[in-house]
Design a binder for this molecule. Structure first.
Ligand code: A2P
Length: 280
């Protein structure tokens, strides 16, 4: 049911995934991730900074689904940027996740010029470590997250491999067209975090009207819109019902006119997390 997209190194990634940020805050994280696997998600997106890699790893083992059928992503935490520390951080993530490879490993946030005079070197050193992990076959694909065109341009100056993925905040009213365009031009798959705008867009009158016409929920409209843009949305939910309904988006298509209507929504604003506001 969930189709794959081919990345620029030929490896395939599911067209929608499950975001695990904060899954272990209110509920038993292992059970929540098992529910997501049971609901049909095969791409699981975690990060060292989410502090839940151990729970995600246990959920995979307890789910009974074969490791090779899960597309597992984690990310280098900001304090671990740099060549040697990234290699150490990767080993720690594998240990916590109880796996011997990752499908995708990302730089979580770029070192940004607002905070680091040597931001280009820090990012290129971190990237060299990811390229090494890729060459050693310990990860199937590598990428970045929250990289804006200036970070991508700088990385491209020294990189041997361009990122396969850039994971950015992406939802109606916040589609970051300049980043999207850079990634399209360079064949980089865009993943979308907070595809429901952290629920802020769910009451938007334009989206509510469109959802009513299709007989779908606003959340399903947001996710379908992302998928039709070729963006891999990573919705998160702790509710098994909402996990399932967020996957139930493959029995309809938005018309080109409705895609354009959503594209032209006035900016709803971002979550507040941007490379130059991140202070961790
Ligand atoms: P819950 O976990 O109770 O389902 P985002 O992925 O944009 O960051 O949004 C996550 C938020 O959206 C969570 O608070 C989650 O709450 C909520 N959410 C997820 N799916 C749906 C849905 N289908 N309808 C309404 N709210 C949803």
């Amino acid at each position: 049911m969930i189709e794959n997209i081919k990345m620029n190194n030929g490896v395939e990634i599911p067209c929608i995934g499950y975001g695990t940020y904060k899954v272990s805050v209110d509920k038993d994280g292992v059970q929540v991730v098992k529910d997501a696997i049971e609901a049909g998600y095969r791409l699981l997106d975690t990060a060292a900074m989410y502090n839940n890699e151990e729970e995600v790893g246990k959920a995979i083992i307890e789910s009974g689904i074969s490791r090779k059928d899960i597309f597992l992503t984690s990310k280098v935490a900001n304090p671990d940027r740099g060549y040697d520390s990234t290699l150490r951080a990767f080993d720690r993530s594998l240990r916590l996740l109880e796996v011997d490879y990752l499908d995708l490993y990302l730089i979580h946030w770029p070192a940004d010029k607002a905070r680091f005079a040597d931001w280009k070197k820090i990012n290129s050193d971190t990237w060299r470590a990811l390229e090494r992990l890729l060459n050693e076959g310990r990860v199937k694909a590598i990428g970045v997250s929250n990289f804006m065109p200036e970070h991508l341009d700088a990385l491209a100056e020294t990189a041997r491999e361009l990122p396969m993925v850039n994971q950015i905040e992406f939802h109606p009213g916040w589609m970051q067209p300049e980043v999207l365009e850079w990634c399209r031009r360079n064949n980089v798959v865009v993943e979308g975090w907070s595809p429901l705008g952290r629920t802020r867009v769910l009451e938007d009158p334009l989206l509510v009207g469109i959802a009513r016409r299709y007989g779908k929920s606003v959340a399903q409209i947001c996710l379908r819109w992302a998928v039709q843009h070729g963006v891999v949305p990573l919705p998160k939910s702790v509710s098994p019902e909402r996990m399932k309904s967020n996957l139930d988006i493959f029995d309809f298509s938005l018309t080109a006119a409705d895609m354009r209507l959503i594209d032209s929504m006035p900016p709803t604003g971002e979550s507040g997390l941007t490379p130059d506001s991140i202070d961790f």
